[in-house]
Design a protein around this ligand. Structure first.
Ligand SMILES: *[C@@H]1O[C@H](CO)[C@@H](O)[C@H](O)[C@H]1NC(C)=O
Length: 646
């Protein structure tokens, strides 16, 4: 058993190592080689693409062109890459850059451009200085790989590589420097802002076999701040003057070095970045931990339920005389009420429908991701898949919602379809639109262009709404799910309950366990969302998702059984909340994360953080709630179809 499990896990992670479809290597060669090689379509120029700049202190990314850096010339062969919907919606902005690199041509101290400012309080210079204070970072891409910035950290023999590098560095009044300043002993003056105006790009390539062109393996960058040009002869950093009227001149320059690298395959060229994420062991540990908890919990649920249910059913089915029935107790007594429809069946059916939609969306995307189709080199593919699946799976939410609504005796089918199609997408789109307004007002790069917003609306009204209608049509055409027992005319009185079965308490208990099983994975997911760490271990999330589903169902069933045993038949909404409360814990966790793990400053960034978090928590609530609700529905139908009811 353990062996197979480990084998499966290993398989899942091995699969992660492939970078599959559509990502053929680009070939490179020098201009002389073009004539002699068999490969005529090899590239002689290496393009550098610049992405948006972002910071760990602010959630407002800016475009490269918002800064007064050197801009690309219009005649360049390079163009802004075409981006897919997922990239645009989730804030990637790849642009052409002014850097000119010919394959295998080393460059030393090439001047890129000079920027002069008459006064320090020039708006452009002030913008730059403020962004340096907020620790904004570049993100560059060469040949579809992130350009990494590697440095050695204390007590580690391996260099640590990140996919971002700083624009500049700032030493505060008290002499505390940004992390970026420790690079060089020169950058130590107090209350000084240094601009990194020189980059050295190192490109490692793999020499092609006879007659074949070369491939790129790595692109790394080193930054430097130099007062004078050329940079290698400068001994002082390029400091932004503090006196208001001082003029300033920044000369941007760059060097390029090509080195041959052996022993690295092209297919695993990303590994050095992924391996410098130090967390894999913790993830294994936490995952094994969760699996053990899940198995333990499953065994417990199975034992409790099977033993007590078995005993109950034996007792119920043996009772013969009228006296016996009089003295009966337990869940059988509420048989005339368990299927009495709850209040607010509209909201319940719509939420459950949406929950199933999200569940299938997540499962399918994770499956694709595990197979390597959506790995990091495939930019934006994950997000595009998620969006497209969501709109098409409107069919599922329409169907499930309609079926449940009809089963619970709902008659207003038109409102049901409309609510399914518009409630949750509407809330999400509303928040999203509001956050976009915030981004717009700050001129941020993450603000979605108007055309993309229209495209999203088209997806919603053109695909999501029709497919929901389509699903609902089939859902309403079918007969309602028939219940195993009849519902009495008059509701039974509910005996007084102990505090343990109070809906609030039992909901809180219900969410704790599923959350406990997955919170370490959640931590890594949050890290990848907010701290820009790359996440690629989709096998882990896939398993975590399964564990989440199983634990949600089990706790909800267990609580549902206890409720029914205490002759309280209002299980519909309760089962939804008892597993949905996992989302409450998630929310508390994100608040903790905000205050203790992130150092986000400013109103706008906080609004953005909590806005996105709210969307996430809402979807998570609907997802986990539906797990519990549907599991209980099946469970209740099962147990009442087994007992004899006269
Ligand atoms: C470029 O620089 C690297 C490192 O100094 C050196 O190994 C390589 O031979 C140089 N290439 C050329 C074409 O000069």
């Amino acid at each position: 058993m353990w062996r197979t499990l480990l084998l499966c896990l290993t398989l899942l992670t091995v699969v992660n190592a492939f970078y599959l479809p559509g990502l053929a290597p680009t070939k490179f060669c020098t201009e002389e080689e073009v004539k002699t090689l068999d490969d005529k379509d090899c590239k002689t120029e290496v393009f550098v693409h610049v992405n948006k700049l972002d910071s760990v202190v602010q959630i407002l990314p800016y475009e490269y062109s918002s800064f007064d850096f050197c801009q690309p010339d219009k005649e360049s062969d390079d163009h802004d890459p075409v981006e897919n919907l997922g990239q645009v919606v989730f804030g990637e902005r790849l642009r052409a850059s002014p850097y000119k690199i010919m394959y295998k041509k080393n460059i030393t101290d090439e001047k890129l451009c000079t920027k002069t400012y008459k006064r320090v309080d020039d708006t452009k210079l002030k913008f730059l200085r403020d962004r340096i204070h907020e620790a904004y970072m570049h993100q560059w891409v060469i040949d579809n790989m992130p350009v990494t910035w590697c440095y050695t950290v204390a007590n580690s023999d391996q260099p640590f590589c990140t996919t971002r590098f700083p624009v500049g560095c700032y030493v505060t009044h008290s002499g505390k420097p940004h992390d970026a300043c420790f690079l060089s002993a020169q950058l130590s003056e107090r209350d000084a802002t240094y601009v990194f105006n020189h980059v050295k790009i190192m490109i490692a390539y793999h020499k092609g076999e006879q007659g074949e062109a070369d491939r790129l393996l790595r692109a790394q960058v080193q930054v430097a701040s130099c007062e004078k040009y050329p940079c290698s002869k400068s001994s002082k950093g390029m400091k932004i003057p503090t006196k208001k009227d001082d003029p300033m001149e920044i000369i941007y320059s760059y060097s390029v070095e090509f080195v041959e690298l052996e022993g690295v395959r092209w297919a695993s060229r990303w590994d050095y970045i992924l391996n410098s994420l130090p967390h894999t062991n913790i993830q294994w540990f936490s995952l094994l931990n969760s699996i053990v908890i899940t198995i333990f919990l499953s065994a417990m649920v199975a034992m409790v339920l099977l033993r007590s249910l078995h005993r109950d059913i034996m007792r119920y089915n043996q009772a013969e005389s009228a006296e016996d029935i009089q003295e009966d107790f337990g869940w059988k007594l509420v048989h005339g009420d368990v299927f009495r429809p709850p209040t607010n069946i509209m909201l319940l059916s719509v939420s459950a429908g949406t929950g199933v939609q999200i569940c299938i969306m997540t499962l399918v995307s994770l499956l694709f991701a595990c197979l390597g189709f959506l790995s990091p080199p495939n930019r934006g593919a994950l997000m595009t898949t998620v969006l497209v699946l969501y709109v098409f799976l409107g069919v599922v939410s329409g169907y499930v919602s309609a079926r449940l609504y009809k089963t619970m005796g709902g008659l207003r089918w038109k409102s049901n379809v409309l609510t399914t199609a518009f409630l949750f997408p509407g809330i999400i789109f509303g928040i999203f639109f509001f956050l976009n307004l915030v981004l717009w007002s700050y001129n941020s790069a993450a603000a979605i262009p108007f055309t993309t917003l229209l495209a999203l609306l088209c997806l919603w009204f053109g695909i999501s709404v029709p497919s929901t209608f389509f699903g609902a049509f089939f859902g309403f055409r079918r007969d309602p799910i028939s219940q195993p027992v009849r519902t009495n005319q008059i509701p039974r009185e509910i005996p007084e309950q102990t505090w343990m079965t109070h809906p609030f308490i039992s909901s809180l208990m219900g969410g704790a366990l599923p959350f406990g099983c997955i919170f370490i994975q959640l931590f890594f997911i949050l890290n990848s969302i907010w701290s820009g760490q790359m996440y690629y271990m989709f096998g882990f999330i896939f398993l975590a998702f399964i564990i989440l589903a199983v634990t949600c169902c089990e706790t909800a069933i267990l609580l549902c059984y206890f409720h029914l045993c205490s002759e309280d038949y209002r299980w519909w909404w309760r089962s939804f909340f008892s597993s949905g409360s996992t989302a409450l814990y998630l929310f508390l966790f994100t608040i903790h994360y905000f205050y203790y793990k992130l150092s986000i400053q400013g109103m706008a960034s906080s609004i953005l953080y909590f806005g996105y978090t709210f969307i996430m928590v809402l979807l998570f609530f609907v997802l986990t709630g539906s797990f519990g609700f549907l599991a209980c529905l099946l469970f209740v139908r099962k147990i009442y179809s087994i007992v004899k009811i006269d």
